[in-house]
Design a protein around this ligand. Structure first.
Ligand code: ADP
Ligand code: MG
Length: 238
């Protein structure tokens, strides 16, 4: 029953999202079409407008990717090591970071932390957070991915040393289509929050203006059969 409720909620959200996306895609589509017509008529110099067209098309592509990862009909839930998920995302995003002269770091001796979830969706969340961290960073700064745990949860922290999120903007974080970027979609965090909610987890943000930002993904660990003793030890210890 819980699963059905989740599916229903997801369907409703997918509908809401697609309505939003259709709305958001109309503007770039209209401008792409307009530029193409001007080019065809020979009234403008193609070279000058290629970059604008590319940016608009890339924005639409980013929306589609986010939408897809969320709307996939069947979840593939299984047991996954957060350490492996981080390693994969690290390899993928290191290239993008280096292009922007950002150093992507992760802790050398990560623990093994097993969670129950959809690997592709969890990766998508981490990619979204790392991408934002890179986009917020000035060249020659670090972006750090850290994995840690307590008795109950695993925690992935993504830290940047960028401009931070001003207090008055914190309340908008995670709302659909909220973006402060020229070519942003405002979908990355919204989709990420939803995915982590569906994994019974939470995303927390800690940001000081001028001092950078840390996003923390918190996910419940898979409980081993014989871990009851450990678990009760842990509870009394904290
Ligand atoms: P997008 O990246 O397309 O703008 P997101 O949903 O990923 O959409 O992010 C929404 C907004 O949240 C961003 O436009 C930015 O204003 C803010 N934000 C997210 N991550 C960070 C960060 N690490 N540092 C500063 N601002 C951030
Ligand atoms: Mg983003």
């Amino acid at each position: 029953a819980e699963k059905l409720a989740m599916q229903t909620e997801k369907l409703a959200l997918t509908g809401e999202l697609s309505a939003g996306i259709v709305h958001e895609i109309k503007n770039p589509l209209t401008s792409v079409k307009g530029f193409l017509q001007l080019m065809e008529a020979g009234t403008i110099d193609t070279k000058d407008y290629i970059n604008i067209l590319k940016a608009e098309v890339e924005r639409m592509e980013a929306m589609a990717v986010n939408m897809l990862s969320f709307a996939k009909p069947n979840n593939h839930f299984g047991q996954h090591n957060l350490k492996d998920i981080i390693q994969d995302v690290f390899s993928l995003m290191e290239i993008q970071a280096n292009k922007n002269h950002i150093y992507l770091k992760k802790n050398e001796h990560s623990p093994d932390v097993f969670v129950h979830g959809d690997e592709a969706q969890l990766k998508q969340v981490l990619i979204n957070l790392v991408k934002n961290a890179i986009e917020a960073s000035e060249p020659n700064h670090n972006v750090e991915i850290q994995l840690c745990q307590d008795c109950i949860n695993g925690y992935i922290k993504v830290t940047d040393y960028g401009a931070g999120i001003p207090n008055h903007q914190l309340k908008n974080i995670g709302k659909s289509f909220y973006t402060t970027k020229k070519e942003g979609t405002g979908l990355g965090l919204m989709v990420s929050y939803r995915i982590i909610e569906h994994h019974q987890g939470q995303i927390k943000v800690n940001s000081k203006s001028e001092n950078g930002t840390t996003f923390t993904i918190c996910l419940p660990k898979v409980r081993e059969k014989e871990s009851y003793q450990v678990l009760s030890d842990c509870k009394s210890g904290t």
